[in-house]
Design a protein around this ligand. Structure first.
Ligand code: COA
Ligand code: AMP
Length: 631
């Protein structure tokens, strides 16, 4: 098949250095690189080694210098705070420079970590860019996590300074961040020197500790800082993501390769032009927010919409249509869950009437599998292309997509189309051999990964190798399973580890099991992800009690739900648990989580021949029925 896309794709794999050097011309460098790809220490690869660059300069200052100063850089729309705000590139530059100066006054220097514990408000983007300006490494923590998760991140990143907001706003409650932060610092071994708190009017925090500083007081006395030239390979940020245990993994992102890849993706994947409006309806605490609320749109000179609200309930299922029409959004990027929620509340999209969506060009979906029903519904009501695309925190930008800026390929519902240029995606069997088309296997990417992807884990090179590179030498293991069809389209079907995707949020069931196991009455437990019409998957816990515990199962189940909320956070959506007599196991003692999941989802299942006692499955079925599953 002759195709513009295939030509670009082949060139990206055959001549990666030329391909990415060309893309790098769109970035302003203080000094050009010595080598496009430094492959001297495999399996560690570095892009644009020797180059000197600054991400904040490229995302902000250069646009002011080239005449975009009066263009809107950020539009903030918060139905939960009943507020909207805008920042031009010039205004953004001045705010970022002053906060960077304030951080410098606090003693933050190149390489220091700054933890950002803030919701979807413009100051969070300002905080990230201020760090980038002076070479501090930011680590943003999502507001829906509990203190102990925050503490784990504080101990790993060891931040000199924390930038926090006094609260986040959920539709049904105000989430006070300051007590969560103080609680985390109490648990953590590392203590940050300063906590800078942005007081939100909805719930100002009490600043009584010596380390607490009011954000406004701090910036009032600061003078602007200039952009510092950094090595292209210096870290820009650390973003923690769920691994197979309760210990989060610190994904590192560099400066040079990250900018080159994100800038390239705005045109080639999303089909955007500078000056247009891009909206990623996600949270800055997730990778989608890092890449496509903050960095990519700004690097590309677009206007980025930041939304503090939900697709439904703030106030209703018209929220997205209102924002698209008011801001003349060209491209919206969100998770399929958001569209499932809108469809549930307004199945015939009556609420869309009256909104002018004429500027709207494309909807992109990612973060979880896009079920064909939802995708078709979105196509019907919007009348524009709906593009499923696939990526993960580790890669930072799409691995598979329909690259509209190169060539629009035919859509197959349920597939995120083909591997994106730069990614040599293969499907391997358990022996590491490539499987035939349509055969399922482990989805991997041949090394080296393209620019913008993780060079390593924070302070943990060995963990990077062990987690991603050891199982299939020469390849990066995505931990997704699926297949590639005869036309080269990828189909992402499931995870190969214990990660579940709840409303597009990535969570570890292993981490939840660790919490359940810490309950004094629990002998053993299992957490499985069960199908959910709205959130795609939700976790469900089953616990066996220690011998001699004589308490009501429902009471303990309630405590387990509460414990996960306290230790991991509300975002886990862990609301269902049951006490059972036994867990189904193989004769060698492996808990049969997959079989339990099939029972819960009312799917056909085969009783594994290695099962220790098949009767346990009946007991489990009964318990699951009690929770409304296994019909
Ligand atoms: N800070 C504090 N708490 C948060 C939070 C945050 N930033 N984000 C979510 N939570 C809480 C919610 O309040 C909720 O708590 P509750 O159990 O007390 O109600 C819980 O975490 C689960 O939140 P969420 O997954 O958002 O579910 P929801 O029931 O509140 O809303 C949807 C359902 C579908 C509207 C919502 O999941 C949604 O908008 N999904 C879109 C997907 C998305 O943006 N994914 C991001 C990755 S691209
Ligand atoms: P996260 O790191 O939070 O972005 O989650 C990444 C994981 O979400 C991937 O490894 C997949 O399991 C899943 N995922 C993301 N996008 C898609 C998609 N388009 N289709 C199927 N699964 C997806």
């Amino acid at each position: 098949m002759a195709s513009v896309f295939l030509d670009v794709y082949r060139r990206s794999l055959e001549r990666p250095e030329d391909f990415w050097a060309e893309a790098a011309e769109d970035i302003d460098w203080f000094e050009k690189w010595d080598r496009v790809l430094d492959d001297s220490k495999p399996p560690f690869f570095r892009w644009f080694a020797g180059g000197r660059v600054n991400t904040c300069y490229n995302a902000v200052d250069r646009h002011v210098a080239s005449g975009r100063g009066e263009q809107l850089a950020l539009v903030w729309d918060s139905p939960v705070a009943a507020t909207k705000a805008t920042l031009t590139y010039r205004e953004l530059q001045s705010e970022v420079a002053v906060l960077a100066g304030a951080l410098r006054d606090l003693g933050v220097v190149l390489g220091d970590r700054v933890l950002v514990y803030m919701p979807n408000i413009p100051e969070t983007a300002i905080a990230m860019l201020a760090c980038a300006r002076i070479g501090a490494v930011h680590s943003v923590v999502f507001g829906g996590f509990a203190s102990s998760e925050l503490a784990a991140r504080i101990d790993d990143a060891r931040p000199k300074v924390v930038l926090a907001a006094s609260c986040g706003l959920e539709p049904n409650r105000v989430v006070e961040y300051k007590p969560l932060l103080d609680g985390a610092i109490e648990i953590a071994e590392h203590t940050p020197e300063t906590c800078v708190v942005l007081q939100r009017p909805q719930c100002p925090a009490r600043l009584e500790l010596e380390r607490d500083v009011d954000w406004m007081d701090l910036v009032a006395g600061a003078s602007p800082a200039e952009c510092v030239p950094l090595a292209a390979t210096d870290p820009l940020y650390i973003l923690y993501t769920s691994g197979t245990t309760g210990i989060p993994k610190g994904v590192v992102r560099d400066n040079g390769g990250h900018m080159v890849a994100l800038h390239w993706s705005m045109k080639n994947v999303y089909g955007m032009a500078p000056g247009e409006v891009f909206w990623a309806a996600s949270d800055v605490g997730w990778v989608v927010g890092h890449s496509y609320i903050v960095y990519a749109p700004l690097l590309y000179g677009c206007t980025s919409v930041m939304f503090e609200g939900k697709p439904v309930g703030t106030p209703d299922a018209s929220a997205y249509w209102r924002v698209i029409s008011e801001q003349r959004v060209r491209v919206l990027f969100t998770a399929p869950t958001a569209f499932r929620a809108i469809k549930r509340d307004d199945p015939t999209a009556q609420l869309k009437r009256g909104y002018d969506l004429s500027a709207f060009r494309t909807l992109f979906l990612a973060g979880e599998r896009a079920d064909p029903d939802t995708l078709e519904w979105a196509e019907d009501i919007l009348g524009v292309p709906v593009i499923d695309h696939w990526w993960q925190t580790e890669t930072g930008w799409p691995m598979a997509a329909n690259c509209l800026g190169i060539e629009s390929l035919p859509v197959k519902h349920g597939s995120p189309t083909r591997a994106v240029p730069g990614y040599d995606v293969v499907v391997l069997d358990e022996h590491g051999r490539e499987v035939a088309p349509d055969e399922t296997g482990a989805i991997c990417v041949r090394l080296p990964l393209p620019p913008g992807t993780l060079p390593t884990l924070w302070n943990n090179d060995q963990g990077y190798v062990d987690t991603y590179l050891s199982r299939y030498p020469g390849f990066y293991e995505t931990s997704d399973a699926g297949f590639c069809d005869e036309d080269g389209y990828l189909w992402i079907m499931s995870r190969t580890d214990d990660i579940i995707n709840v409303a597009g949020h990535r969570l570890s069931t292993g981490g939840m099991e660790e919490v359940l196991a810490s309950h004094p009455d629990v002998a053993e437990c299992a957490v499985i992800g069960v199908a959910d019409d709205l959130k795609g998957q939700v976790p469900l816990g089953l616990a066996v009690l220690k011998a001699g515990v004589d308490r009501k199962g429902e009471e303990i189940a309630g405590e387990l739900v509460q414990l996960v909320r306290e230790r991991i956070g509300p975002v886990a959506s862990f609301k269902q648990a049951a006490v059972v007599k036994r867990l189904p196991k193989t004769r060698s003692g492996k808990v049969l989580r997959g079989t339990m999941r099939s029972i819960a989802d009312s799917q056909e299942y085969r009783v594994p021949p290695t099962i220790d006692d098949p009767l346990v499955l009946d007991e489990i079925k009964e318990a699951l029925q009690g929770l409304g599953y296994a019909s």
